[in-house]
Write a protein that binds this ligand. Structure first.
Ligand SMILES: *Cc1c(COP(=O)(O)O)cnc(C)c1O
Length: 383
């Protein structure tokens, strides 16, 4: 199966496997609420949400109202929670598409309430990240949110921000976050306010602190089969399988003579006769420009071809001197496996000085997203 220019292949069998692995880790009574924000971390929100729906998933998280609306326009059923701030002008989308808005603090709750029509919400509690949420110490404000006439409070959550490292300081901080959240739950209960659903675990939370419980786990990265770094993936994600691979074509193959340059600028000079190929993918597609000049490589016929010169917006040059069988029209694996070699999103992240989350979520809209034919009947239908 091949796309036209540059494309993503989605292995939905691996997605099904990851769902099963993560469901086995869930604490009692907890369900997966997959995070499909940022186009499902670059994978393609619609094919991923469709596949998850067919696997029985009934609730999703997105970052923006528009992302939620797009799922609905593609007939994704179930609960859709917007984790981020929705500007007041866009709140009509929340109601029109039956989405659930996060309450980012008491003032915002007041704005939602003043719209004068019922709106479904989850209340965010700030337990130390200081990004979104009413401060856990402000119980009066939290109670005020719960008592607002037009808010249908269906849940309450917090976000752990130091759950990925296994050291005493981060462990203590995470424990304090969980304790503060629990205190809010208890105090509301003491006042006769019962929050329908609570949640605090993301991928790292589920892997490292499953005992913290909750009604949902808001899992993103782990569902896509990798964690933020190669070390974490080896350590905690060994049973997970990457869902995404990234491919492009060799558009031209040519010989460079000693002393000739290649690409923008005169950075690269051939020291000997060599073979060079142009690939149909560039930094506008999400291939980090930091991989230029041999920092990164791609796989062609199971062999590594180092990136040569500066990555361009739409194209990339690679050194194929060691791959004499390479021809124009062949496929290059940018991210994934070819023969016995693999390049993971974590490898690219390491070379680019970032985390795999950024590499995946920046994969661009020009890439086709192609579900690989699946043997599981419900997934085959989901396509
Ligand atoms: C993005 C996000 C998640 C998912 O995080 P992963 O590490 O990808 O599992 C969970 N909760 C919130 C609030 C988020 O913004």
């Amino acid at each position: 199966m091949e796309g036209h220019r540059a494309w993503i292949e989605l292995n939905l069998e691996h997605l099904r496997h990851n769902v099963a692995v993560l469901q086995a880790l869930l604490p009692p009574g907890c369900r997966l609420m997959p995070v499909v924000k940022a186009n499902a971390y670059g994978h393609g929100a619609i094919p991923i949400a469709r596949a998850l729906s067919s696997l029985g998933i009934q609730s999703f998280c997105v970052a923006t109202a528009e992302e939620g609306a797009d799922l609905r326009r593609h007939h994704i059923p179930g609960d859709i929670l917007i984790l981020g701030f929705t500007p007041p002008e866009e709140l009509s989308l929340v109601r029109r598409y039956d989405l659930i808005q996060t309450v980012v603090d008491r003032d915002y709750a007041g704005q939602l309430n003043r719209l004068g029509t019922p709106i479904r919400v989850h209340v965010a509690i700030d337990t130390g990240m200081h990004r979104l949420g009413e401060r856990w110490e402000n119980l009066e404000n939290i109670c005020a949110i719960f008592s607002m006439e037009h808010l249908r409070v269906e849940g309450m959550f917090t976000h752990l921000c130091a759950d990925d490292r296994d050291n005493p300081q981060d462990r203590a901080f995470t424990a304090a976050q969980a304790k503060a959240f629990d205190l809010v739950v208890q105090q509301l209960r003491d006042r006769g306010i019962c929050s329908p659903k609570i949640h605090l675990l993301g991928s790292y939370g589920l892997l490292n602190y499953p005992f913290l419980g909750g009604d949902y786990a808001r899992v993103g990265m782990a569902l896509y089969g990798i964690l933020s770094t190669a070390e974490d993936t080896r350590r905690w994600g060994a049973q997970l399988r990457p869902v995404l691979s990234l491919h492009a074509r060799l558009s031209t193959v040519r010989t460079l003579h000693p002393g000739e340059h290649a690409g923008y600028g005169l950075d690269f000079t051939a020291r000997r006769e060599m073979q060079v190929a142009a690939l149909t993918i560039g930094y506008a597609d999400g291939l980090p420009r930091a991989l230029s000049s041999g920092v990164g490589s791609v796989l062609i016929h199971g062999k590594r071809a180092p990136i040569l010169g500066r990555i361009c917006m739409d194209q990339t040059l690679v050194d194929i001197t060691g791959i004499p069988e390479a021809r124009a029209g062949d496929t290059a694996v940018i991210l994934g496996t070819s023969g016995g070699e693999t390049i993971s999103a974590c490898d690219i992240a390491g070379q680019a000085g970032t985390i795999a989350n950024e590499i995946l979520s920046r994969l661009g809209p020009r890439l086709d997203r192609l579900p690989v034919p699946s043997k599981t009947p419900c997934l085959a239908l989901a396509r």
